[in-house]
Design a protein around this ligand. Structure first.
Ligand code: BG6
Length: 255
């Protein structure tokens, strides 16, 4: 649109694609760190892209976080024309209930008139308990849905913010800070080069599964996430569609 041309957003999208080595970048106006409703615009932009890429039957794997929660708010009943099941991307990795992937999937299903599944895995269990949990038929079903997802929606967090929010234990905290982690996604913590310095062990989607997923949407904005976004894009697949805001975009271009 005219507005986007005047404000230089289209050009910024082209610059970000080059810098981050991505095929598609979408930037919404504003900075969600400073203006809360900008996060809603991230959600809306994600909803529009999702709709364009739906198949007849869809399995959509989703992570937690406040950004994903706003994506859920923006999904509407016109998605119901397609068959969709929402599944959490990974097992519990320490979030408040309202920001958990399970909760967000339920909301997405409710807003679109679709189905969802939950994945309840305790945060800390012994190897024996873990091995018997993953043999449970209900868990196995969800895990196989996750492995066959044709769409993944995920947030990206600033490493230290996420580690604190998850009440990470001291020895893991040392790995995160000692490893100079700047970004986090799916429970993996990355340094600026995109190397994994720590990983929250849980079942479900693993980073190495992403290149096999048809549509991956990373939704993250705010200048405070600039380093995190850049680090994660060094680690992930080129086909990821990044949906971000002007605040993050400007800061990434200044790094
Ligand atoms: C968490 C995800 O729930 O949300 C993380 O597990 C992600 O991988 C984070 O980084 C993002 O949170 P927010 O609130 O900044 O969107």
């Amino acid at each position: 649109s005219m507005m986007r041309e005047i404000s230089g957003i289209n050009e910024m999208e082209e610059q970000l694609k080059k810098i981050l080595n991505l095929q598609e970048v979408v930037i919404v106006a504003g900075d969600s760190d400073e203006t809360p409703w900008v996060k809603g615009e991230l959600g809306r932009a994600c909803a529009i892209r999702m709709k364009e890429h739906l198949d007849g039957k869809n399995i959509i794997a989703v992570t937690g976080g406040t950004t994903m929660a706003t994506v859920a708010d923006m999904l509407t009943t016109d998605f119901a024309e397609k068959e969709i099941v929402f599944v959490p991307a990974r097992g519990g990795i320490g979030e408040d209930v309202k920001n958990q992937a399970n909760t967000i999937c339920a909301k997405m299903a409710e807003n679109t008139g679709s189905q969802h599944r939950v994945l309840y895995v305790p945060d800390q269990v012994s190897k024996e308990v873990y091995e018997s949990i993953v043999k449970e038929p209900m868990i196995k079903e969800v895990l196989s849905l996750i492995k066959n997802a044709n769409m993944v929606l995920h947030g990206i967090g600033e490493a230290y913010t996420m580690a604190k929010r998850r009440k990470t234990k001291e020895e893991d905290m040392e790995k995160i800070t000692g490893g100079h982690a700047v970004g986090e996604a799916f429970g993996y913590y990355f340094n600026e080069a995109g190397e994994i310095v720590h990983k929250v062990p849980t079942i479900g989607l693993q980073l190495k599964d992403l290149p096999n997923v048809q549509n991956v949407f990373a939704v993250a904005g705010g200048a405070s996430k600039a380093k995190a976004i850049k680090a994660f894009m060094n680690a992930t697949t080129k086909s990821t569609v990044l949906i971000t805001d002007e605040g993050a975009a400007k800061e990434i271009l200044n790094l």
